[in-house]
Design a protein around this ligand. Sequence first.
Ligand SMILES: C[S@@+](CC[C@H](N)C(=O)[O-])C[C@H]1O[C@@H](n2cnc3c(N)ncnc32)[C@H](O)[C@@H]1O
Length: 220
Amino acid sequence: MRGGGVISSMEETIYKYIEEHINPENEALDWVIKQTHVRTNHARMLSGKIQGQLLRMLVQMTGARRILELGTFTGFSAICLAGALPEGGHLDTLELNDELEDLIREGFERAGVADKITLHIGDCKQTLRQLRDHVYDIVYIDANKREYNEYYNLVFDMVRPGGLILADNVLWDGKVCMEPVPQDQQTQAIVRFNDAIASDKRVESVILPLRDGLYLIRKL
Ligand SMILES: C[S@@+](CC[C@H](N)C(=O)[O-])C[C@H]1O[C@@H](n2cnc3c(N)ncnc32)[C@H](O)[C@@H]1O
């Protein structure tokens, strides 16, 4: 399982090959991955090295300076995003589970990105209301799948025109395109989210079939 998605052994081989061809190596990220396996039961929630590298490169290629992340977990993607920020850039990252705080902060220190990040512990919907006057170049949505539409509506006005909203796990193990679509709440919520994005005239978008599906949404 990766990010909620089941992958075949051929895909596993391909992912391993790609991971072996990512540079540069990052010792702090390896530490976070290891600690996530040792200290949590949810290592599959990590964005993973391939997506982490894509996030880094999207930050660099777009010249982003202000980033918002919903769903820090153990800090893996936050380190990737913040590590790619230029001098003076900043990441706000939002996490519900306060038991992860020590692990998250130690990872940020090890990666040398602690001074670029504000970690907000609490329900991100609450925190977003406090941050509503901020403007972001990139928003990465990776928290509760049942709430993606709500997150999108809350963050939309906080993204500058031309900015990006990225949403992870939008293929949800392929369940979103099964016939019939499973009725569980998470699948149904992601289906509603994907349909809303596809018909939203305020954005252009594409789903990358990377891991569990990453929606790239550009605000016009
Ligand atoms: C898939 S994980 C995030 C993975 C992380 N972005 C990474 O790549 O390592 C989802 C995280 O969202 C958090 N979460 C779920 N609901 C939330 C909420 N309402 N507010 C803030 N965080 C939430 C969970 O506690 C979990 O740590």
